[in-house]
Design a protein around this ligand. Structure first.
Ligand code: ADP
Ligand code: TPW
Length: 601
């Protein structure tokens, strides 16, 4: 096929171009042409992509304009990293790949962090970046924003592709979508050189090249013997435990997961982003007895959760072993779509490989077939021990939450957030920081699936405002972000984006004047300590600068009033919740990973 690369200055047909009106009696023989820009838009729309997260510039500015003109929601950010995080979480929330569109080299690199984040967290996302001329890039002749982007993206992407010819755009987009959502989801890079956009081809020929991906995330049915092996292990358990991870939340198999947990009668622990899959107030929820159930359990069923650092690699003292290297003796069942995940850290006795929806329904069917459907609940002594531990810890927490210290601290502020989420269970909670993260996770109960989105597998700072935009746009729900003051700074400029699109986002900054806390000093007396910020910073003014509502809240009642008003008005709101600068610990709950802090008494 002929590829007509447009020469500088040559005009290219666009979708809006109509054939020139033929003069009377004259036959219009001019073939209708389409171009690379249009084919990208057509291919995305054909595959149900309705939103693009972007920051325009050469060579993608027209792609953003024309996508918007064609009805795609185009959300433009102030920094590509935030657009990328937005795309990644849109993928998690919708099961469709979130699209982040950037310019070449620097824009691409700004988006790359989010691409890696998507891959690490198993979120489907496609980073589409414009790139410079291949011939010049490959000879390293110094093109505008020259960079071999494909090579750089590969190590952090689940897959990476480049399209050189307009008639391959359909294949390129279909491959990118399949790679992002099939199997274990992840981040995909799609390289679109500038020249591609201007290539023109015949409209009809162009149409024939487009592909609508059929069943891009096919079901993966687990093997019956794997299901039986898992159920046999579970049935014999004396102290079973279920751990739900964000893969379970992603899978949108909510009703069956609830059925499985309830029919089994087994205590369960939700990982951070799996909170709310069943309400955190559920009687089987063992979150408040975490440090009891992990070492105590004899059989653990992981559903969409990896035994990575967040679960202490399935071994060591957390799991009741004598040393950090030792195995606690638990047997593991792991339900996961990735056949390579099992045995990554400790032995998995019963891997169940398949998509969570299919696996959970197969497990349920197996339980129903067992003993005439009367699946025996776990031994009563285990259940009562878990309940006792849990009740003790819940009572202790209630006592702490009932205090009203001056100045406000994490607990008294988060007690308010806890009530607000209880009253607004459909709201999406975005959460980042160290203490701001750990305390929110343990204090604020979630009631519905996929309502809590946070720093994820890397414990990354900077997802906050990008997540807020994506959550508000894709779910149309109220968004509440609980942010450490350091965490907020990574994406703070996107409050302009929140105001520009007038999104119902209420940002609460738990402001303790620094990273972790605001009390460090430079021993030489020269500079502020590296962890310390300007004291008494007025973050709320940033929101006011763009027309949103800014509030300072120094007490729980001020915080409550401001949050209630934000939810009532749906206006972009930033609440600067001033808390004790002594509040918090270094690194929050992961002090053990911090060698310097560990040495401190
Ligand atoms: P958490 O951080 O909540 O513990 P992880 O991100 O470690 O969760 O684990 C998520 C797991 O879920 C990954 O191993 C991934 O392969 C798996 N997963 C994601 N989506 C699905 C799905 N639809 N079906 C089965 N497993 C899935
Ligand atoms: C991209 C390291 C982990 S937590 C944190 C940093 C800088 C900020 C903690 O302070 P904050 O919260 O937000 O004020 P709080 O409640 O404890 O006061 N860069 C990236 N990611 C990470 N995780 C870091 C740095 C870090």
């Amino acid at each position: 096929m002929d590829h007509v690369a447009t020469k500088p200055g040559a005009t290219t047909a666009t979708a809006s171009d109509t054939p020139k009106t033929a003069a009377a009696g004259e036959v219009n023989r001019q073939p209708q042409e389409t171009d690379g820009f249009q084919l990208v838009i057509d291919a995305l729309k054909l595959n149900g992509i309705d939103t693009i997260f972007t920051l325009p510039g050469i060579p993608i500015t027209d792609l953003t304009r024309r996508s918007q003109a064609e009805g795609i929601r185009v959300l433009a950010f102030r920094h590509e990293q935030n657009a990328g995080y937005a795309a990644s979480i849109a993928g998690f929330l919708t099961q469709k790949p979130g699209i982040c569109l950037t310019v070449s080299a620097p824009g691409f690199l700004n988006g790359l962090n989010a691409l890696a984040h998507a891959t690490v967290n198993c979120f489907p996302m496609i980073l589409i970046s414009g790139s410079s001329e291949r011939e010049i890039v490959d000879l390293q002749q110094g093109d505008y924003e020259e960079m071999d982007q494909l090579a750089i993206a590969k190590p952090v992407a689940k897959a990476a592709y480049r399209v050189l010819h307009a008639d391959d755009i359909g294949v390129g987009i279909a491959r990118a979508i399949r790679a992002a959502v099939s199997g274990r989801p992840g981040g995909v890079y799609l390289d679109l050189p500038a020249k591609l956009f201007a290539q023109s081809i015949d409209v009809e020929a162009g149409k024939r090249t487009l592909i609508k991906a059929v069943d891009p995330a096919p079901k993966q049915i687990p093997a019956p013997d794997a299901v039986k092996r898992a159920l046999d292990l579970l049935k014999a358990a004396k102290r079973p435990l279920i751990i739900l991870g964000k893969g379970a939340a992603y899978a949108q198999a909510d009703a069956d997961i609830k059925l499985l947990v309830e029919k089994s009668g087994i205590p369960y622990l939700p990982m951070s982003m799996a909170k709310g899959l069943l309400p955190d107030t559920h009687e089987q929820c063992a979150s408040a007895a975490r440090s009891f159930v992990l070492p105590g359990a004899d059989v653990v069923m992981l559903i969409g959760a990896r035994l990575n650092w967040l679960l202490s690699h399935g071994k060591g003292k957390t799991w009741g072993a004598k040393t950090a290297k030792d195995w606690g003796g638990q047997k593991f069942i792991q339900v996961d779509i990735s056949p390579q995940e099992a045995d990554s850290n400790v032995r998995i006795d019963a891997p169940v490989v398949g998509d969570i929806g299919s696996c959970v329904s197969a497990l349920l069917a197996g339980m129903n077939a067992t003993e005439g459907g009367s699946w025996a609940k776990p031994p009563a002594d285990w259940l009562s021990a878990v309940t006792e531990k849990k009740q003790g810890n819940v009572a202790k927490m209630a006592e702490t939450l009932s205090k009203n210290p001056t100045p406000m601290n994490f607990h008294s502020a988060l007690n308010v957030v806890r009530d607000i989420i209880k009253a607004n269970p459909d709201a999406i909670l975005v959460n980042e920081g160290a203490n701001a993260l750990d305390f929110t996770r343990s204090i604020v109960d979630m009631y519905k699936p996929r309502k809590r989105i946070d720093v994820g597998t890397w414990g990354i700072m900077g997802v906050g405002m990008g997540y807020c935009v994506a959550a508000a746009v894709t779910t149309k729900q109220q968004v509440i972000a609980v942010e450490g003051d350091s965490a907020f700074g990574f994406s703070g400029m996107e409050v302009e984006t929140i105001c520009r699109y007038n999104l119902p986002v209420c940002v609460v900054i738990l402001n303790n004047n620094g990273v972790y806390k605001g009390t460090d000093v430079d021993p030489t007396g020269r500079d502020p300590a590296p962890t310390v910020f300007v004291k008494g910073a007025r973050y709320e003014k940033l929101m006011e600068a763009f027309g949103g509502v800014g509030v300072v809240a120094a007490t729980p009642s001020e915080l409550r009033g401001a949050m209630e008003e934000a939810i009532r008005s749906k206006k972009p709101t930033l609440i600067n919740a001033v808390i004790d600068e002594n509040a918090g610990t270094e690194s929050g709950r992961i002090t053990s990973l911090n060698p310097a802090a560990k040495k401190k008494p």
